[in-house]
Design a binder for this molecule. Structure first.
Ligand SMILES: [Zn+2]
Ligand SMILES: [Zn+2]
Length: 411
């Protein structure tokens, strides 16, 4: 079926996609609290005949919805499908629906989630004819401690032939990369004492934190220039006349290369233990949020999607924007071939994480863009299922990019 067929399929469901988008927009819920939003998606998918697991992997606002065709599907050769619950080629769309504190859907995950659920439903109408299966994952809390990390670790994406998620933006951008991230916490433990009358009896935990910052700042001049280390002091004592017995620093350590994160973590640990030793304190080092992998964009999958987007009527797709942010879809991209392109939701320049961005996500312009994106996502899913050559080149590229890395990272 050509792109016109998919646009017609999308046109039939546009009224329900518009109301799903509106409903999630009107009830902004923070990460892991997306009770109404996840339910709205699940209702739409069940109504379209999907089999839904909800809650999923112990997360009340996560779900896994699958539509499997009655046809046997194209035969699968080679290492294409290895997952436990997957028979025949299988593609996934990743829905997000968490909001931001204070500004509601300032990242437009209402529209992002609607695109993925819409693509799943549009593709499901073809699955009976072409075989294989389509899965829509509800993935909570992208803005905080992204659920995709735990889902990836739990094997949710293993064996899939492709995973696609398209994010609202001010332009159409090809899928690029994002930074791997480790969220490191350093808790220094000292000993309280009267800071004026008996400072010699105290151990100053805050001095440990200050020593850590100085050591990190010295180290900063000798790390890869594409990496980032930035932190705060989240606890630094309670009163000036008490020697701080507890002080806590939190850092984000980021790099385009997941392997280099481990090097940076080792350096950070050395900075912290030497700072602790210098002041006689103890230090406990933990991860306070899930660690994100860098995004490995699958070029073959990205090319297929872009071709479909252009033939759906998008006039141009820009080169990937250089990103110094981190995305939880990075972890997905180490488990199966994945892309995370952006789509344009406003005719005028606009910035994410603002009220203007939220407002743009429910405009007629955003919906007209959504229509093209949903059709292109659905057709790309069908291409992966129907075209064994495309599927093989996507798989080969994935195997090449992740060679040796997945095991090392999860050891
Ligand atoms: Zn955001
Ligand atoms: Zn976002």
């Amino acid at each position: 079926m050509n792109i016109e067929g998919y646009l017609e399929a999308v046109d039939r469901i546009m009224p329900s996609l518009a109301s799903l988008n509106e409903a999630v927009f009107a009830t902004p819920e923070l990460g892991f609290e997306e009770v109404e939003s996840s339910r709205a998606h699940v209702d739409a998918l069940r109504a379209a005949g999907f089999e839904v697991e909800y809650p999923y992997m112990g997360m009340p606002t996560a779900f896994r919805a699958e539509y499997r065709g009655s046809a046997p599907g194209p035969s699968v050769t080679g290492p294409s499908v290895t997952g436990p619950s997957v028979a025949g080629p299988s593609v996934a769309f990743l829905a997000e629906y968490d909001a931001l504190p204070g500004i509601g859907h300032g990242c437009a995950h209402n529209l992002l989630g609607t695109a993925s659920t819409g693509a799943g439903i549009a593709l499901s109408s073809r699955i009976d004819a072409i075989g294989g299966s389509v899965v829509v994952f509800g993935t909570p809390a992208e803005e905080t401690s992204g659920a995709k990390v735990a889902m990836a670790e739990g094997g949710a994406f293993d064996g899939l032939d492709a995973a696609v998620v398209a994010h609202p933006a001010e332009e159409h951008y090809r899928s690029g990369s994002s930074l791997a991230l480790s969220a490191m916490q350093f808790e220094f433990i000292g000993k309280a004492s009267h800071a004026g009358s008996s400072p010699e009896l105290g151990v100053n935990a805050l001095n440990g934190v200050i020593g850590l910052f100085n050591a990190v700042n010295a180290m900063r001049g000798h790390i890869r220039s594409d990496s980032r280390i930035h932190g705060i002091i989240s606890e630094g004592g309670v009163a000036a006349n008490i020697v701080p017995e507890r002080a806590v620093a939190r850092f984000y350590v980021r790099s385009p290369a997941k392997a280099y994160i481990a090097t940076l973590e080792t350096m950070m640990r050395a900075c912290a233990t030497s700072a602790a030793e210098a002041v006689g304190a103890e230090v406990r080092i933990t991860n306070y949020e899930a660690s994100y992998d860098d995004l490995l964009t699958n070029g073959a999958l990205s090319g297929a999607y872009e071709g479909n987007l252009l033939s759906a009527g998008v006039p141009r797709v820009m080169a990937p924007r250089s990103s110094f942010g981190s995305l939880d879809v990075g972890n997905v991209s180490y488990r199966c071939p994945a892309i995370h392109p952006y789509f344009k939701i406003s005719e005028t320049p606009i910035v994410a994480h603002t009220r203007e961005f939220a407002a743009a996500s429910v405009t007629p312009y955003a919906l007209s863009s959504l229509r093209l994106v949903v059709a292109a996502m659905a057709k790309t899913g069908a291409d992966v299922i129907e075209d064994s050559g495309l599927r093989a080149s996507i798989r080969n590229e994935f195997e090449e990019a992740t060679k040796g890395l997945v095991k090392a990272a999860h050891a």
